[in-house]
Design a protein around this ligand. Sequence first.
Ligand code: GLV
Length: 318
Amino acid sequence: MKAFVTRVLPEEAMKIVRAGAEIVDVWPHELPPGREELLTKVADVEGLLCLLTDKIDADILSAAPRLKVVSQMAVGYDNIDVPACKSRGIAVGNTPGVLTETTADLAFALLLATARKIVEAEKFLRQGDWQTWSPMLLTGPDIHHATLGIVGMGSIGFEMARRAHGFEMEILYASTRQNSDAENHFGAKLVDLDTLLSSSDFVSLHTPLNATTRNLIGRRELALMKRTAILINSSRGPVIDQSALIKALEKGKLAGAGLDVFEQEPLPLSDPLLTLPNVVLLPHIGSASIATRTRMAVLAAENLVAGIQGKPLPNPIG
Ligand code: GLV
């Protein structure tokens, strides 16, 4: 049994892969394999362990006649054509659960940083602009007791609500399902998306990317938000219509945005977002704690090994 692993993983995970597959081919580079390389690499493998940067579509699957499992080291799997895998009898796994709190920590950090202008203030100090304490210098909105709208009350949204509750925020949520735990523990109120957008001081997105959530926040939705509101996205970039967001920020229709994800990643240095002062931009690091990334890699390795051995995956998709 042969496996292809598209990036070097922590040793704990590599040990599991080596113990479970006879031959292990690991892409040794910092950057992902290119399209042609991926097509070649999958030709004779039973297992593929990939990252969200690897597009696994029908062409890749057709180039991999022996493939039994696609194991993604991430919770989101919009880069994988899951129906195409299913129709070929290929199992698909992901790594939910282990990254929930770490990702919520980052989303809340982004909210704090954007509201309180942490990045702008640090830059201000470093470039020598700090001349005196001044009454309204670098002031932003309060976070405590403000209203947070959570779009998508899944497990990460729920942990975001827990953190917001600690700051005594009012919590609204829009979700495909009611979440009684969030209502009972944190006083979260289920509302429709338009109400959430028009009533919240902060809006944080926690939905997966799929056909219903692509461009969920577009021009119309941004126009519903308060001019003082701040939008946080740690889910997937295309959930927001990025050019509509840029226009809203430029015209002052929105106070700011904290973004960990983008329509195109890496974000090109020519992107207009980089010229805006009222945004905090991070390079997709939601789950990036040492412990969490290690747990994700281990789980992805376990999914891979189970799949190539024809066993049920610990974390199957679908
Ligand atoms: C990261 O974005 C993930 O989906 O795990």
